[in-house]
Design a protein around this ligand. Structure first.
Ligand code: FAD
Ligand code: DLZ
Ligand code: SF4
Length: 508
């Protein structure tokens, strides 16, 4: 009796547990481009094109290896429109009596598969370094779930950059060396892009026809869509960007969308690259003296630390996590997040690169778009849906803890020990955005004052009860309290006026 083997769009790995469990001779792989997955948020066209192209090529590779594959294209007239619908249709067609699948990365789909009217066996996703059980054990013993301590466990577990039981360089974390401001120039030609072949062109035409109304530029499209291409992109990063990755990890520049960032998350999250193999390549470059320790450690921490930790939190906290809103923020997401006009140069740049590339690097996401939404009191669920839609690497297991937790503090501090808020001074220090801005970063009040300066104090003032006793925020409140009362009133009045203009849909 044959079974169906479901392979989802972000499960394009040959070592997927569902494939390992299945019998190549008798079981049937099901892959499907469906409206439900393409439409639960308005995904960036580049993201849809990446997923569909990589799915089509992965299905063809499985067939070459001898698997029986039933692949449904989006425009197939019999397409049932959803993953469960496609499984039922294929079961009827083939006589298969059950489904094997690897756990999806979103609760939404986990619940659908659990309640599907066909026997479905959901296997663990072993493409991560920590299993759910390991993360739960680690979390159980602790009051505060700080990433740094989890990261050390992952270093010990993987042996990455370890010398016996000690961290290489006698320190776990070299982050303090990784905060250099924007350099004068970037000596890196950027990530490797790939000319669309016939398969990709066909997908691009489909996406153009079906998702023209989604935010984002489809062309030029250059993402890797196979494992071999993704490995080439990894080589390019390690050879040419890694040595400076650490130094300029937090910098932002008008002239460079990528600086020395890897732009590998779309491939790792799809399953084309394994997190451990990426880290081993980086470790090797450091061992061979090609990259300094702050770059290699900083990069490896992002993957075995932050990436694994975010997944752990998402599955630990459960399906309701995405609805959290402890700060009770309820403002609508401003239109400029979808490309509407703004005079704020930093936001305009972060949104422009997002529209063009389905990408923005960590600090643009955290300290520009995320910071503004938090300061302005935007409904975190709307913020979450925006991030889930616009980035090529966005799947809920990794996006939601980054947005709801780290960026919007909507989980009350599970992930972040204090909110990631800053005035314009931080953006000015780390970027070259302010020099060309309509607003003046040095102006704290009045006409032309940087909106981040006004909203920063407004945020601290309106959430004083929650944050006043937070040890890491004491200095901020002391600075605020030292200002004379007239000045504080002016700041708050100007901030209120700015928010009113934002609500009225005026260009700010
Ligand atoms: P690099 O800066 O070169 O980092 C190397 C790798 O580390 C990345 O490829 C990624 O796999 C991993 N990584 C780094 N930081 C994180 C992190 N905080 N969480 C998980 N992995 C991390 N990352 C996603 O993969 N998907 C998302 O939907 C996502 N949403 C985010 C939303 C917000 C508000 C913030 C602040 C961060 C988000 N991140 C997300 C994390 C990070 O911004 C991206 O992983 C990174 O920008 C990807 O680009 P890169 O490959 O050039 O990363
Ligand atoms: C994101 C996405 C999109 C846009 N389309 C599909 C699809 O048509 N078929 C599919 O199997 N997967 C798709 N995906 C990825 C899934 O949404 C992803 O597997 C879940 O969000 C779980 O991470
Ligand atoms: Fe952004 Fe303010 Fe700088 Fe303008 S002045 S770029 S709004 S931080």
């Amino acid at each position: 009796m044959s079974r169906l083997v479901l392979v989802l769009g972000d499960q394009l790995s040959h070592d997927l547990t569902a494939l390992k469990k299945a019998e190549k001779g008798s079981d049937i792989v099901v892959m499907a481009e469906v409206a439900e997955e393409a439409g639960y948020v308005g995904h960036h066209p580049k993201k849809i094109a990446l997923i569909f192209s990589a799915m089509r090529k992965f299905a063809a590779a499985l067939e070459d290896e001898g698997w029986k594959v039933r692949y449904t294209r989006l425009d197939d007239p019999d397409n049932a429109g959803s993953i469960v619908g496609e499984l039922l249709r294929r079961a009827e067609e083939t006589g298969a009596t059950g489904v094997i699948c690897t756990e999806p990365g979103e609760w939404r789909l986990v619940e659908k598969l659990k309640h599907a009217p066909i026997k479905t066996h959901i296997l663990n996703d072993t493409r991560f370094i920590a299993s759910h059980a390991e993360f739960e054990d680690w979390a159980e013993e602790r009051k505060a779930l700080r990433m740094e301590y989890f990261y050390r466990e992952m270093r010990r577990k993987t042996g990455l950059m370890m010398e016996g039981d000690k961290p290489a360089g006698e320190k776990w974390n070299f982050d303090h060396e990784n905060r250099k401001p924007a350099p004068d120039e970037v000596i890196y030609e950027g990530p490797l892009w790939f000319e669309p072949d016939a398969i990709v062109e066909e997908v691009l035409a489909l996406v153009e026809a079906r998702f023209a109304d989604h935010f984002g530029d489809l062309r030029p499209f250059g993402f890797a869509t196979t494992r071999d291409e993704a490995l080439e992109a990894l080589d390019q990063f390690v050879a040419h960007a890694l040595p400076r990755f650490g130094d300029f990890q937090d910098a932002m520049m008008e002239e460079s969308d990528f600086l020395y960032h890897a732009v590998l998350s779309p491939y790792i999250n799809l399953g084309l690259l394994g997190p451990l193999e990426v880290c081993r390549a980086v470790e090797k470059a450091w061992q061979e003296g090609h990259a300094p320790i702050n770059a290699a450690e900083g990069f490896i921490r992002q993957i075995i630390g932050w990436r694994e930790y975010m997944r752990g939190i998402y599955f630990l906290e459960g399906p309701e996590y995405v609805k959290r809103n402890v700060l009770k923020h309820d403002r609508d997401l401003p239109a400029f997040y979808w490309g509407g006009e703004t005079r704020m140069s930093c936001l305009s740049h972060a949104v422009a690169v997002t529209r063009k590339e389905a990408y923005a690097h960590h600090i643009q996401r955290l300290m520009v778009t995320g910071n503004f939404a938090l300061l302005a009191g935007v409904d975190p669920h709307q913020v979450h849906e925006w991030y889930l839609a616009v980035y090529a690497d966005a799947y809920e297991w990794v996006e939601a803890p980054n947005v709801v937790g780290m960026s919007q503090f909507a989980d009350g501090g599970i992930i972040a020990s204090k909110p990631y808020v800053s005035s314009g001074a931080y953006i000015n220090r780390m970027s070259d955005y302010c020099k060309g801005c309509h607003y003046s970063v040095s102006k704290k009040t009045g006409e032309g004052a940087c909106p981040f300066n006004l909203l920063y104090w407004h945020f601290l003032d309106r959430h004083r009860d929650r944050f006043k006793s937070n040890a890491r925020m004491g200095n901020m409140y002391r600075t605020w309290d030292r200002m004379d009362e007239d000045r504080r009133e002016t700041v708050l009045r100007d901030a209120e006026a700015l928010l009113e203009r934002l609500d009225a849909g005026e260009v700010i």
